[in-house]
Design a protein around this ligand. Structure first.
Ligand code: AHR
Length: 495
């Protein structure tokens, strides 16, 4: 196959949003316990945090981390997780049919964020709770001192306010599986009133209203319209959540899953703008794509729930292969291509639970295949996102019709320009010609590729480097040309 694309700094979409590279830590399975936190682990620090996981989190290039859920948050009493650990109650977690020990709560999480160098992003419970609990948590976290709640935080050892800027108003409230699931009208009212009250404490907070749990929800579109009609003036973002998996051996459709994300983003942006027009508002609502990933959800749905309320069970521990990493790369490209509208995103999740980082209790931490596209995009995306429109062959997919074989985006700053591209072709390489004349004759200085002879190759704790980016030797100059292997994620740097 042959493809071509043109790089031109004049075709600027928006600055790269650092918050595109957010992730998510939920009290779910082993994400918190034996994930980020494991006192007694050989690498545990004085707070019980695993230093190996902290190091991998930094290497992953994570910007923000959403917490504490997810479905978990819709039954969560945040007060359970603060104060002396020995007094913290054990509770049933209805969302994941587990027992929550509350050894980790908001103070520990924020402490972990500071060590990891990431920004915390909190969610409040609008499932079983409401305005008062949200206000209390906000005051506890962000008020400097001199009130019962802020002094309680200080007494617990957090002298400085946590200064959490971004808050999710509940989680997936459109989903019947959510504890306290609501209609759009019920949720819209509650979210608006919660937002209004939270802004009385701090008008500068960045607030996220729940959008749809997927583009295939029966209420998709109508939900966003109703919720934003209530909340338009008091929120900054509407959320999107999307998970993809290979179904029935249809690899072609799976590798094209970013097509659905594209549809999702365009539809939600259009719906938000429509509401804005009706309200005669000049304000624009942005998108927080605060859960996205490959998730073999059907495997989870077909498994029996654990019946004995375990603590930190192995749940949602998907082991990703090369094709999953290429799909993740394609989704990252789509998020970047929409940087003018998608101003925050969270890969769900960070450790063990559908995650780029895996751990063994008491043992090692290692990188899944999906670690690599995320880490490379976070590391090399800088300056402005450039619009690129590849010219390439397309292929027929059962799920999305005709889809281009090449999916790409570029970023540009004064030092370099980087192309991120996936080759969806399963049968042969793609020769990509890059027209860089508008960059003053910049040349390809580095090219790496993530590919494998077996598209289902995985990394394991014993062989964590099996699927990793390697230098791409297939580079030619004048004109700049790089050959992309079949089913591959590629980073091409020009300077
Ligand atoms: O990330 C796993 C789960 O997926 C989250 O708890 C929920 O919000 C979504 O359905």
């Amino acid at each position: 196959h042959q493809a071509a694309l043109t790089l031109d700094p004049a075709f600027r979409v928006a600055p790269v949003q650092r918050r595109t590279f957010g992730t998510f830590v939920e009290h779910l399975g082993r994400c918190v316990y034996t994930g980020i936190y494991e006192p007694g682990h050989p690498t545990a620090d004085e707070d019980g945090f695993r230093a190996d996981v902290l190091e991998l989190t930094r290497e992953l290039g994570v910007s923000t981390v959403r917490y504490p859920g997810g479905n978990f948050v819709s039954g969560y009493r945040w007060e359970d997780g603060v104060g002396p650990k020995e007094l913290r109650p054990r509770r049933l977690d209805l969302a994941w049919h587990s027992t929550e020990t509350n050894e980790v709560g908001v103070d520990e999480f924020v402490r972990w964020c500071r060590k990891a160098g990431v920004e915390p992003m909190m969610a409040v419970n609008l499932g079983t709770r409401g305005i008062e609990a949200a206000l209390d948590l906000l005051e506890y976290c962000n008020h400097p001192s001199g009130t019962a709640l802020s002094d309680r935080r200080i007494a617990g050892g957090a002298k400085e306010p946590h200064d959490v800027r971004m808050w999710c108003l509940g989680n997936e409230m459109d989903g019947p599986w959510q504890t306290g699931h609501k209609t759009a009208a019920e949720y819209g009212r509650l979210a608006a009133e919660t937002a209004r009250a939270m802004r009385m404490i701090d008008p500068k907070l960045e607030l996220v209203a729940c959008g749809s749990s997927s583009s295939s929800m029966p209420t998709f579109g109508a939900w966003e319209a109703e919720v934003l009609t209530h909340t338009y003036d008091v929120v900054d973002y509407i959320s999107c959540h999307a998970y993809y998996e290979e179904k029935d051996g249809d690899l072609g459709s799976f590798l094209a899953c970013a097509t659905d994300m594209e549809f999702f983003i365009r539809s939600v942006a259009a719906t938000a703008d429509h509401v804005g027009a009706k309200l005669k508002s000049r304000k624009r609502i942005d998108i927080s794509f605060d859960e996205w990933n490959v998730w073999y959800l059907s495997r989870f749905q077909n498994a029996d729930p654990p019946s004995d309320w375990p603590v930190a069970p192995r749940l949602l521990e998907d082991h990703y292969h090369l094709a999953d990493a290429v799909a993740v790369g394609g989704l990252l490209i789509t998020l970047l291509r929409h940087s003018d509208r998608v101003r925050a995103a969270s890969l769900a999740q960070l450790v063990n639970v559908i995650a780029p980082i895996m751990t063994e209790p008491g043992g090692r931490a290692w990188k899944q295949t999906t670690f690599h596209p995320f880490a490379q995009a976070s590391r090399y995306a800088s300056g402005d996102v450039l619009r690129v429109e590849p010219v390439c062959p397309s292929y027929e997919t059962a799920a999305y019709g005709q889809v281009p074989l090449l999916h790409a985006v570029a970023t540009h700053d004064e030092r370099s320009t980087t192309v991120f591209a996936i080759n969806r072709a399963t049968d042969r390489p793609m020769e990509l010609r890059i027209d860089a004349r508008a960059l003053g004759g910049a040349r390809v200085v580095e090219a790496s590729t993530l590919s494998a002879p077996d598209v289902y190759a995985r990394n394991t704790a014993d062989d964590p480097g099996r699927v990793a980016p390697r230098p791409n030797p297939d580079v030619r100059h004048d004109p700049e040309t790089v050959v992309l292997p079949p089913v591959s994620w590629n980073v091409i740097r020009l300077g």
